[in-house]
Design a protein. Structure first.
Length: 531
């Protein structure tokens, strides 16, 4: 055993010697004390490593505390196992001149001085690594609702009328972002634990060639408002993999924010092999969406106990295209009213943030091999009368709807398409799960509204356990094909058709096995062709 350890030690020493010099922070006067701000001394170690061509700024096991520090090119910020860096709780320790995006009600926001623990701008070849921990020491208070979030105003009112307590958690200053890296290149975040950031935990802005591997990230699911996990903001060539994230807001989210009149697109992003829990959305694009999003994959991820599973929310005019969500298992569960999300597994939507906003679009999106259970309606919502969502393909998607465990009920259908074009759902199942009871608001398995070019093929459904509602309901839908639809139990009606603009609806090869009394019902059933 001793020989093996000596060999490993020799390998480590050789590796350090070959790669870069080591700058032990203790040699620069950093105190192993969580009550002493060592930012000045840590910065001295970083500056020295940068000036000498690069190196590892090394934190041996112990506890440390800091205000803002700036990471510079060719520096590896290394926290050894047993080392914990705590953020200061004093606002004065974060005074800086950095212009960091801070969103206002318009979804824009001028640069503002914002507390940041670790910051970098225009740096290359930087890393935050090691088996140690960075702790944000977030604090929150539970108070009466101060104002209504316009994005969920109707949901808030529904909660109020349902008798829900109108209180929520609010952050306590300083509103510290743990890591903010802007306009950087060749970035590695590896193996570290990032715990309890007050604001966004890991924010990459306008950066390229970013790699996140094997991190553990956590903030309070109940209290962590705004404590996003990873925010990829207008970045290109990003890989996030093999990480565990529990976030009191969005877990992994791609954005394109608007800052001082500028924004960037988000392209070539791959997220894989992650385990995610979120009080908001586990895997998300938006809502800040000024620049476009292209060539993005979310693969081999497990989502548990999240308020929303997968979402694309366009509010600021972006084009979102060529996305793949694949090999994902999910479990969504309704949270407190102030969180965005309805226990819904999937949500795609195009909205306008305000009257003057551009209208964006979502196109060429594939969901493949997605399985899960949720408490909310999965929705594909285009912009009213203009569509703006098209070419959406769902294949081998299997969702079960269970009863909500909150008093302010929201869910209606299992799957709803509105104001969209060319949506295909194949080799899939949408099933009511009455194990924990049913809901009065439950309606149909599928709803199609103001949409064109919808194909439902090889689809397994069951009837709402407590209702005579049809399996599928349409309103002003045209060019619709139902092929290979199978009912698991007896139901009154397969399809109910409504709306003056309904036309070209075809039923073909559906396996009903005498379980359905009426194939078609509704005021426009004459537009249906049964083959």
């Amino acid at each position: 055993m001793r020989k093996i350890l000596l060999v490993l030690a020799a390998f480590f020493i050789a590796d350090v010697a070959i790669s870069q010099a080591v700058y032990n922070v203790l040699d620069f006067g950093v105190k192993q004390d969580s009550t002493i701000n060592s930012a000045k001394e840590i910065q001295a170690a970083i500056d020295k490593a940068n000036q000498e061509g690069g190196g590892m700024v090394y934190f041996p096991p112990g506890v440390y505390m800091s205000g803002t520090i700036v990471l510079k090119s060719n520096v590896r910020f290394h926290l050894e196992s047993g080392a914990t860096l705590y953020a200061s709780l004093k606002e004065k320790d974060f005074e800086n001149d950095f212009k960091i995006y801070k969103k206002d009600d318009s979804g824009k926001g001028a640069g503002a001085s914002t507390p940041v623990l670790i910051y970098a701008k225009d740096s290359k070849n930087i890393s935050i690594e090691g088996k140690g921990t960075i702790h944000g020491r977030a604090r929150r208070t539970y108070e009466d609702l101060k104002q209504v979030d316009g994005f969920i105003a109707d949901i808030t009112e529904n909660a109020r009328q349902s008798g829900v307590e109108m209180k929520m958690y609010y952050k306590v200053k300083p509103y510290t972002c743990m890591v903010f890296l802007e306009s950087c290149e060749f970035v590695n975040i590896r193996d570290v634990s990032l715990i309890e950031s007050t604001d966004w935990t890991l924010h990459f802005k306008w950066s390229n060639r970013v790699f996140v591997e094997g991190i553990y990230l956590e903030s309070s699911l109940e209290k962590g408002v705004n404590a996003d996990g990873i925010d990829v903001d207008g970045c290109k060539d990003v890989v996030i993999s093999n990480s565990i994230i529990t976030a009191g807001d969005d877990a992994i989210v791609l954005k394109s924010t608007y800052t001082d009149g500028d924004y960037e697109s988000c392209e070539n992003v791959a997220v894989s092999n992650c385990t995610l829990v979120s009080t908001s959305t586990a895997l998300k694009i938006g809502t800040e969406s000024y620049g476009d999003f292209r060539h993005i994959t979310f693969n081999n991820c497990t989502i548990r106990n999240s308020n929303r599973g997968l979402s694309v929310v366009v509010r600021d005019g972006a084009t979102v295209e060529d996305l793949l969500f694949s090999n994902i298992t999910l479990e969504t569960d309704r949270k407190h009213f102030n969180w965005w999300g309805n226990g819904d597994p999937i949500w795609l939507v195009v909205k306008k943030r305000r009257e003057t906003s551009k209208i964006g679009e979502i196109k060429n999106v594939t969901f493949q091999n997605v399985t899960g259970i949720g408490q909310g309606t999965s929705k594909i919502e285009g912009f009213p009368e203009m569509k703006r969502i098209s070419n959406i393909r769902l294949d081998n998607v299997h969702l079960r709807m269970e009863a909500e465990d909150k008093p302010d009920k929201r869910a209606t259908h299992i799957f709803e398409v509105s104001d969209a074009e060319n949506v295909t759902l194949t080799n899939s199942s949408l099933l009511w799960d009455a194990t924990n009871g049913t809901e009065e608001k439950w309606v149909s398995s599928v709803s199609l509204v103001n949409s064109v070019g919808i194909q439902l093929k090889n689809l397994n459904l069951n009837a709402n356990p407590k209702s005579e509602q049809p399996l599928i309901v349409t309103n002003n839908a045209s060019d619709v094909l139902l092929n290979g639809v199978e009912s698991r139990n007896k139901v009154q009606t397969l399809l109910k058709v409504g709306g003056e603009d309904s036309k070209e609806i075809v039923l073909s090869g559906n396996d009903l096995r005498d379980k359905i009394k009426n194939d078609v019902a509704g005021d426009k059933k004459s537009v249906v062709s049964i083959k």
